[in-house]
Design a binder for this molecule. Structure first.
Ligand SMILES: Cc1cc2nc3c(=O)[nH]c(=O)nc-3n(C[C@H](O)[C@H](O)[C@H](O)COP(=O)(O)O)c2cc1C
Ligand code: SF4
Ligand code: SF4
Length: 693
């Protein structure tokens, strides 16, 4: 793995600098010297340190409770350990993660660390070596008999170019500016200013490196920056698109929470290259921790003179500001986002004019994705040739992908473009019930049959000929327990609800698409539905933005690749027993003690009766499947004969109204894609064991 600390020489010391006017290099050197001391002390603490991974998915898996339990135990025992903070390493299914750093610099990663096993972790940290062996994952630094370096973990086997974007994750406290600076952070800014590089040179470096936007459209970043640099008016803005709305994608969140200064440094360089004075980081409201970390990082960088007025004592100034997103998918589209930044309704507008001509407040603006900006310091520091050394002939560099769905090992990794998706699935542990489909790139990008796993590679050109897109980095593996029509109901509902309403083709078309799929899933399929879906897909092409234009992609893929499954549904059969109108739930074992629990959690009270005499009321059952997930022996899914009752259906509840008994939209069913990351439970013993000895 490439450690960020291993890169490049120090910036040249400005020889003409007058003693009273320090050069950018001298100012940076002073900041870095202090930072290195602090980071060295962190890497070699005087007493052992236990650092908990505190990022959104780790916290969702209980990292907060783990920390509380650990704090209590440390106080009770008056133990000589300190507590610290890092972020996860990508192994989501093993969360909450934690590491121990010993004074000699040895650092070991553990997971899942729960309130139940923090005592063994504390024992391990305080001298009982081997006490936490059962949850040891791998070595982050140093040597330990019986443990192998984390880079050799089977899940990370495809990170063949090491971690570039994620190089600091697990190795630094993301809330500590010193850690960033000590690992070459802000070096690229300091050298750029010290060597009097011109904005043209910086833009050309991006073009030569071949940095393409990571938000899904893959437009060359340097070329886009040229548009802004050539704007006729001096007032211009930068925007970082951190809306990341694709279900199954958490790539940007990893960077925002795990290495916030890297994104900020990328924006500072972009501002210099384009002549922008102010930048907005538009972060979705659902990412409160990312918002907090970026805000804190901006504050710390400003206090250190690395951001704000007269950066590192030069004439160059750049300020950044966080905008909380409006919680709408379509606010990820750049013109919808710009409208939202201005406190307007998040509504994409007609292009041209493009943002480079008329962006925020009608001033020239540049929109790039989080990961695009995060690559910029890497390219500036190490050069375009180094950066291009990873990837394929068309897609350069590495990319972070998040992998979820019906796989045991949910997580994210940073791989060079071109990696085989089949190998990815292997390191993710395969699909629990066999691979039915691949859903890459969110609700606009596509739905491909599992057989394509043999040939698909993680690069744009691999997906395009199949009528799909790779998208921004979220890949969902769909197992055979899922139903394609049920998933289409979900996605059609999503694109309908997220339509901004500007175009009749989009808001009306997606309503029709949703209605048709929902009716088919309810058992009311008609022979003309296919024709009508195709007609709707054609008219959606005439929508204003890519949201409307691409919303029929999954429907088209389904009709093309899952034709038989579609026809079965129209004929009244859902083989996977997922579709509401074609499935019913029946109690098949009255003696199972879990039945009482299943009755208790049924959200609509559809499990009626008392012990030994329970039954399911079809008219109240919303087919959510929660009961059979909890009590699989007692409650079974069955094909519903024609005429089976269903609850009265109403449109999705207006904002502010919760689901009520019997009127819950049926497409709120629990299934693979709504499963939270890391929800597969405990550690897979095999992959854990594989690292030992
Ligand atoms: C409906 C819709 C949603 C989008 N969501 C995002 C998003 O969440 N993040 C993102 O970077 N780009 C998103 N995009 C693409 C942006 O419009 C834009 O192309 C991108 O932010 C440009 O950055 P890049 O050149 O660095 O990729 C979305 C586009 C559409 C049509
Ligand atoms: S295509 Fe849809 S989301 Fe885009 S502007 Fe039109 S209505 Fe809005
Ligand atoms: S499927 Fe859901 S609504 Fe129906 S009985 Fe089971 S828990 Fe209740």
């Amino acid at each position: 793995m490439t450690s960020p600390a291993e890169t490049t020489e120090a910036p040249s010391q400005g020889s003409e600098a007058a003693p009273q006017a320090l050069s950018p290099a001298e100012r940076y050197a002073a900041i870095r010297e202090r930072a290195r001391e602090a980071y060295a002390a962190w890497n070699n603490p005087t007493i052992p340190r236990i650092s908990i991974a505190e990022d959104t998915s780790s916290l969702a898996a209980g990292a907060g409770r783990t920390r509380q339990a650990l704090e209590r135990l440390v106080a009770e025992r008056n133990a000589a350990v300190e507590l610290g903070k890092v972020v996860g390493y990508g192994l989501q299914w093993l969360q909450p993660l934690a590491d121990i750093t010993w004074p000699d610099g040895t650092r070991v990663l553990y997971g899942p660390v729960t309130p139940q096993n923090v005592d063994s972790l504390l024992d391990e940290a305080t001298g009982h070596l081997g006490a936490a062996d059962a949850i040891a994952i791998g070595l982050l630094a140093g040597e330990r008999v019986g443990l192998r370096p984390i880079a050799e973990h089977p899940f990370l086997a495809l990170e063949t170019k090491g971690r570039r974007l994620m190089g600091r994750l697990g190795y630094t406290d993301p809330t500590n500016l010193d850690h960033y600076v000590a690992t070459d952070g802000y070096f690229a800014v300091a050298r750029m200013l010290d060597r009097h590089q011109t904005p043209e040179q910086v833009r050309q470096t991006m073009i030569d490196g071949g940095l393409a936007g990571r938000g899904g459209a893959w437009f060359p970043a340097g070329v886009k920056w040229n548009f802004l640099a050539g704007a006729a008016v001096p007032e211009r803005y930068l925007i970082c698109n951190a809306d990341e709305g694709d279900p199954g994608a958490w790539v940007n969140r990893v960077l925002l929470e795990g290495d916030p200064h890297d994104v900020i440094e990328g924006m500072i360089i972009a501002a210099f290259a384009t002549g922008a004075q102010h930048g907005f980081l538009y972060i979705r409201n659902e990412y409160p921790l990312a918002i907090q970390r970026i805000r804190d990082a901006i504050r710390d960088a400003e206090a250190a003179g690395l951001l704000g007025k007269n950066i590192l004592g030069t004439e160059f100034s750049c300020t950044l500001e966080v905008i909380r997103g409006a919680g709408a998918y379509v606010c990820g589209e750049e013109t919808g986002l710009i409208s939202s930044v201005q406190d307007g309704r998040g509504m994409p507008r007609v292009k041209p004019p493009f943002p480079a001509a008329a962006g925020v407040f009608m001033k020239p603006s540049n929109v790039n994705n989080v990961e695009t900006y995060a690559n910029v310091p890497l390219i500036m520091r190490n050069g375009g040739d180094w950066w291009r050394s990873a990837g394929t002939a068309n897609d350069f560099g590495t990319k972070i992908f998040s992998f979820s769905g019906d796989i045991p090992f949910v997580g994210h990794m940073e791989v060079p473009f071109g990696v085989s998706l089949k190998r990815v699935l292997e390191v993710c542990g395969g699909t629990v019930a066999g691979l039915k489909a691949i859903q890459a790139g969110g609700p606009l990008a596509g739905y491909l049959p599992g057989r394509f796993i043999e040939t698909l590679t993680l690069e744009r050109q691999s997906f395009q000929p199949l009528g799909a897109l790779m998208g921004g980095g979220g890949i969902v593996f769909v197992g055979h327990e899922a139903c394609s029509i049920d998933l289409n109901v979900l996605y059609a509902e999503f694109v309908e609800e997220e339509s901004c309403g500007r175009c009749t083709t989009c808001h009306g078309g997606n309503q029709r698409m949703h209605e048709i799929f929902r009716r088919i899933g309810d058992g009311g399929g008609r022979s003309e539905d296919r024709h009508n879906l195709e007609r709707v897909g054609q008219s959606l092409q005439y929508s204003n933005c890519v949201h409307g234009q691409a919303s029929p992609t999954i429907m088209r893929n389904t009709l093309r690749y899952f034709e038989a499954e579609y026809a079965d549904h129209v004929a009244g059969t859902c083989e996977a027993l997922r579709c509401a109108g074609l499935t019913r739930f029946r109690i098949v074992d009255q003696s199972d003690p879990k039945l009482a629990d299943a009755q208790a959690i049924c959200p609509t009270g559809a499990v009626v009766g008392s012990a030994g005499n329970r039954s399911i009321d079809d008219a109240a059952c919303i087919r959510c499947g929660a009961c059979t997930d909890l009590a699989p022996r007692a409650i079974a899914r069955q094909a519903a004969p024609a005429g089976t009752e269903m609850p009265h259906r109403q449109p999705a509840n207006p904002p502010g109204l919760g689901p009520a008994h019997g009127v819950v939209p049926l497409s709120w069913q629990a299934h693979a894609l709504s499963r939270p990351e890391g929800a597969h439970g405990g550690p897979p013993p095999l992959i854990n064991a594989a690292l030992k000895g």
